[in-house]
Design a binder for this molecule. Structure first.
Ligand code: GLU
Length: 468
């Protein structure tokens, strides 16, 4: 069998939707699985709408996701190839040539200034109730699409259609087919919303006397809540948002791979090499997949947890850098290296994504952190918080700060003396150190802050305890 050649063919709309990312990914996976070629082709015939930024949205998203293209526009390490140009806006000459072939074969005619594609078969005028007008129907056999995902699909394509508009611009159907044909695409993997176009495309391939590629229409992605396809307006629909929020691209890729495909078992977190090895179009579900942001957050957390600490550190720092003027980010980046490292180590297993970092770590990097009033109210009105603070402060000088275990033992010993438990000290200590009731382990926090800062913060809470 000849080498697989697949393409991802986005239009530069200024957005990169989760659905586009999944289509790109399935094409990329299929190419990598089969040792084939992954092509990026930009469908930018709608000239007025295109701007340089819009192209970059596509390149940036693919680069961030790690979906490198073998052929296509040259960007960074990706692109080049013998079948270009890969921007439709630069292929007018090719479309004119191929239009010439259809004309020469007698498969076109002009009407109302537009060029129409002529189907073969007996014609008759029929009144169409729905459209309330008379149309020319052509007696045709149904077009058969042997879809690799949907199976055999038959569609009746029985009306001629426009292939060049009266303004001279070739229509999507023509350019899409000419490109797939000239780029020697073997498999067209695209969203199911294109299935309604495919019969037209098959008829065009046949008219060119060209082999018809195999088709694989991927099921839709349904919006999280309620019926219907996820649109770019739905929450969580844009790839760029995840990038900004500090999601790990490998987690998003893993999540997207499972949106309509499964490896045949119930594995979820999988290395990309395994996904590539197991990916097959036959394993793509026919039913629509529902987007689930919680599942994505969960996947991201699993990936964060699995990062080697030094890798986590580097990416956390990159994320802080991406926040620019954010005060916590600036303070974090200015902190001594060893301290920053220690804080990140405490947080690695706690975060769902890097976007939580500033709020989660603010009190490590500044003394002017916010206090949750409700938490304060609750903690300071239960038991004897002032006594607990005093006892803790009195125990600090003798406390061994070298390890979490030693700190825990010291607090437990203190508690045992008064017939109390670890928990009696924990809430008030956490409030003093962080102004909240959630966070990393309290013993870890003691160790990382060190004796002096723990003492200062306990004292500060004690000094204001009367106010609450
Ligand atoms: N430009 C089309 C789109 O963005 C792609 C069509 C195709 O993949 O054939 O939907």
């Amino acid at each position: 069998m000849s080498q697989v050649r697949v393409r991802f063919a986005p239009s530069p709309t200024g957005f990169f939707h989760i659905g586009s990312a999944r289509t790109a990914l399935f094409n990329w996976l299929y190419a990598r699985h089969t040792g084939g070629v992954f092509i990026l082709r930009i469908e930018d015939t709608d000239k007025e709408r295109n701007s340089a930024e819009f192209y970059n949205v596509i390149y940036d998203a693919l680069n961030w996701l790690g979906l490198n293209w073998d052929e296509g526009p040259k960007v960074g390490g990706s692109g080049g190839g013998d079948f270009g140009p890969y921007l439709q806006s630069e292929r007018a000459g090719i479309y004119a040539d191929y239009l010439g072939k259809l004309k020469a074969a007698g498969r076109t005619y002009e009407k109302d200034g537009a060029v129409w594609f002529k189907l073969l078969g007996e014609r008759s005028e029929v009144y169409d109730e729905h459209r309330k007008k008379t149309v020319t129907k052509v007696k045709v056999a149904p077009t058969v699409i042997d879809d690799l995902i949907r199976g055999r699909v038959e569609r009746v394509e029985d009306e001629d259609f426009v292939i060049v508009r009266s303004d001279g611009n070739p229509v999507f159907h023509l350019v899409n087919v000419v490109d797939d044909l000239t780029m020697k695409i073997t498999h067209v993997i695209r969203g199911e919303d294109h299935l309604s176009n495919t019969s037209k495309h098959v008829e065009l391939f046949k008219a060119f006397g060209a082999p018809v590629p195999k088709f694989a229409h991927i099921p839709l992605i349904l919006k999280q809540n309620g019926p219907g396809k996820m649109s770019k307006r739905d929450q969580g629909a844009l790839v760029e948002e995840y990038q900004k929020r500090g999601y790990l691209p490998e987690a998003l890729v893993n999540f997207l791979a499972l949106l309509g495909w499964n490896p045949g078992d119930d594995r979820e977190k999988m290395p990309i090499a395994d996904i590539i090895r197991l990916f097959d179009l036959l394993g793509v579900n026919q039913s629509n997949a529902r987007f689930d942001e919680k599942k994505l957050a969960h996947m991201n957390m699993a990936y964060l947890l699995a990062l080697p600490p030094e890798e986590f550190l580097g990416r956390a720092r990159d994320f802080f850098r991406s926040l620019g003027d954010n005060a916590v980010a600036k303070a974090a980046l200015a902190a001594p290296e060893a301290y920053f490292q220690a804080v990140m180590q405490l947080c690695q297993s706690k975060l769902k994504s890097f976007e939580e970092l500033p709020a989660y770590t603010v009190y490590f990097f500044t003394d002017e952190f916010p206090t949750d009033a409700k938490v304060r109210e609750k903690v300071m009105t239960k038991g004897a918080p002032k006594e607990r603070l005093q006892e803790l402060m009195a125990a600090l000088p003798a406390m061994d700060f070298a390890s979490d275990a030693a700190i825990e033992a010291a607090i437990k010993e203190l508690a045992a003396k008064g017939g109390l438990g670890f928990g009696d000290y924990q809430a008030v200590a956490r409030l003093a150190l962080s102004g909240t009731n959630v966070g990393p382990s309290i013993t870890g926090m003691f160790r990382v802050f060190g004796r002096e800062r723990v003492e200062q913060r306990l004292a500060r809470l004690l000094a204001t305890a009367g106010d609450s």
